[in-house]
Design a protein around this ligand. Structure first.
Ligand code: F6R
Length: 607
């Protein structure tokens, strides 16, 4: 949510800033801006709209070798030119870009206004620019002014600060919002996400919370808020540059849907033990004795991560027979939850940055609970906060809507459930059944993806409705919820998910030819019940698209998409794949901005 870039070196900064912002645009896309330190002061250009609008607005003579840039997702104040970052002080000496939230911005605004500061935006960030300026007296180093300003601030931030009078440096700081330094040859880069850096360097340094850095063309120095120098060794970015491109696909979303077989293979890699029919999860930091003492599992995540958690809870209950439940982290953190020593808490997050999930983890830990993370982004805030966990290794997910990380999360839960099950009472035969089922999943997904053309045609047909109902029973219900979520967030078609068993208790009243139903009809012990529900919908003239293992009788459905049969516990994961393509092609048919749906952004780092 919001992206930061900065450059210092011999070259023109603007070219890198604009290209870097384009790479980070998935993190926020309602306004963007850049500032460079130039002879005679700062040059600032910022506009409401996309990075392409900014690129068109930057004047040809906008030159400077030190610069900062930002792409925004509005929190304080509407998207507008004035509210776009960078923000400057009154004399336009200091420029600041910021991700996060300054919680005491109102009090600081009042103090600054009393000193005669006139504000030009509604943002919390602008106070930072004025505070840094207020501390930038004669002979004061920029890093000291930034430290003094941050000393007055309560909240979360990743910032980059430019001073027209000290253009030989950029000062950056991190508290709850990532800042990464990229090391070049006599040039340095900064970004809030490695996606902006990988084309320029693979050598990076991740700042820790509470750290600052002075970045110069020939290197950097990291230090704490009380000015103690800390040493940070660079690490090498694992992923190939190509992982951050669309690789010829029309959208990142389509590419990421197609990457799922490979992502699943990576999530499984080295973790299946065929001999003992179990899974090895080295990062749990819990031995078998500790795991056996666990009486309950509580899974926390937001949005699709929460729905993946629902599938995870089902897997744990079925395979390990331990009561498990998934709850939105955004609710959990506000309801003073009871934290129990014999409950295992599991936080789910693709980005590892979602603020609500992070806050839930912190609340559990404050009360003595034990938390595992199921996280995609290595070294992210949530991963670091947890006591142990499972990395997904799904690769970078750029499109705002989650697909491959969702699938890999469910795989991670299947591994956890298998591991748990085999130290409780899951039989070796059942363990072997699940191991074989997991190994077959990548090929099963490939098979489903071959139906892309047929799904695209159906999507175009069904997109032409004001709304859609998604139904599933027990294991199928989280699939319905995720399917509805995907459709609404990228196509803006209203979608409602219901347990199939609940339809007759209310929502059946909605069924009509204008509200089609996507029904999950796996070939399992509840098949007959599901077929009865289809009959009830048909009796009310409802149209039905079934996702099934066998085509139901023609009188019960209008269309059917078949998926390969896996083990019953793993079926939900496969039933979800056609729904991803359905949402994608519905959005394409309606001409939506698939990778950057309106009002949303990747990584929700605000409350
Ligand atoms: C939906 C989607 C969101 C995220 C949610 C949590 O497609 O992407 O609902 O799942 O914002 O994000 P992470 O997993 O990064 O914590």
């Amino acid at each position: 949510m919001c992206g930061i870039v900065a450059y210092i070196g011999p070259k023109d900064a603007t070219a890198f800033l604009l290209e870097g912002l384009q790479r980070l645009e998935y993190r926020g896309y309602d306004s963007a801006g850049v500032a460079v330190a130039a002879k005679g002061g700062l040059k600032v250009c910022k506009v409401k709209g996309r990075v392409a609008d900014l690129a068109a607005a930057v004047p040809a003579r906008f030159k400077g070798t030190t610069g900062i840039g930002h792409t925004r997702w509005a929190t304080h104040g509407v998207p507008s030119d004035a509210n776009a970052h960078p923000h400057t002080d009154v004399s336009e000496r200091i420029a600041v870009v910021h991700n996060g939230i300054i919680e005491n911005a109102d009090q600081l605004r009042a103090l600054l206004a009393a000193d005669g500061v006139v504000f030009t935006s509604e943002t919390d960030t602008e106070v930072l620019a004025h505070l840094v300026a207020a501390h930038s007296g004669e002979g004061v180093e920029l890093e000291d002014a930034v430290r003094a300003a941050l000393g007055q601030v309560v909240g979360t931030y990743g910032i980059a600060v430019l001073d027209a009078q000290q253009p030989d440096r950029i000062v950056v700081a991190r508290n709850g919002s990532p800042i990464v330094l990229g090391l070049g040859e006599k040039e340095m880069f900064v970004a809030s996400d490695v996606a902006a850096l990988v084309r320029y360097t693979r050598q990076v340094v991740h700042l820790e919370d509470g750290e600052l850095a002075t970045v110069r063309a020939d290197g950097f120095r990291t230090f704490t808020e009380d000015a103690r120098t800390v040493t940070r060794q660079p690490s090498t970015v694992d992923w190939e540059v190509a992982s951050y491109d669309t690789a010829g696909y029309q959208h990142y979303l389509l590419k990421e849907i197609h990457e799922q077989p490979g992502a699943v293979e990576r999530t499984l890699s080295g973790r299946l033990d065929e001999r003992f029919a179990t899974a090895h999860l080295g990062g749990l930091n819990l031995d078998a004795r500790e795991l056996r003492e666990i009486r309950r599992v509580k899974i926390l995540g937001c949005g699709s991560a929460y729905y993946a958690g629902e599938m995870g809870a089902q897997l744990i209950e079925e395979l390990a027979r331990i009561p498990a439940h998934s709850e939105p982290a955004s609710e959990f953190r506000y309801r003073n939850p009871v934290i129990e020593a014999d409950t295992l808490y599991v936080a789910v997050s693709q980005s590892g940055e979602t603020y609500d999930t992070l806050a839930a983890v912190q609340e559990i830990k404050r009360k003595g609970g034990r938390v595992l993370g199921v996280v995609n982004t290595v070294g992210s805030a949530i991963a670091r906060e947890c006591d142990g966990g499972i990395y997904l290794h799904a690769g970078p997910e750029i499109s705002v809507a989650s697909t491959k990380a969702f699938t890999s999360t469910v795989i991670a839960f299947a591994l956890l459930a298998l591991h748990f099950g085999r130290i409780h009472d899951l039989s070796p035969a059942d363990g072997r059944r699940i191991v074989a089922g997991l190994k077959a999943l990548p090929d099963h997904i490939r098979e489903i993806l071959k139906q892309e053309e047929q799904i695209a045609e159906l999507a175009a047909e069904y997109a032409d409705n004001a709304g859609m109902m998604f139904i599933g029973r027990t294991r199928g219900y989280p699939v319905a919820r995720e399917g509805a979520q995907k459709l609404k967030e990228i196509s803006y078609v209203h979608a409602e998910a219901y347990p199939a068993s609940e339809l007759k208790h209310g929502p059946l009243a909605l069924i009509s030819p204008e509200l089609p139903t996507v029904a999950l009809v796996p070939d399992d012990e509840l098949l007959d019940k599901n077929l009865t529900t289809l009959g009830e919908i048909k009796a009310r003239s409802g149209r039905i698209l079934a996702i099934a293992h066998r085509t139901p009788e023609a009188k019960l459905i209008d269309h059917c998409l078949l998926v390969p049969k896996s083990e019953p516990e793993l079926d939900p994961l496969l039933l979800n794949i056609p729904l991803q393509l359905l949402a994608y092609y519905a959005a394409v048919a309606l001409g939506r901005d698939v990778d950057k749906p309106r009002n949303l952004a990747k990584s929700v780092t605000v409350e």
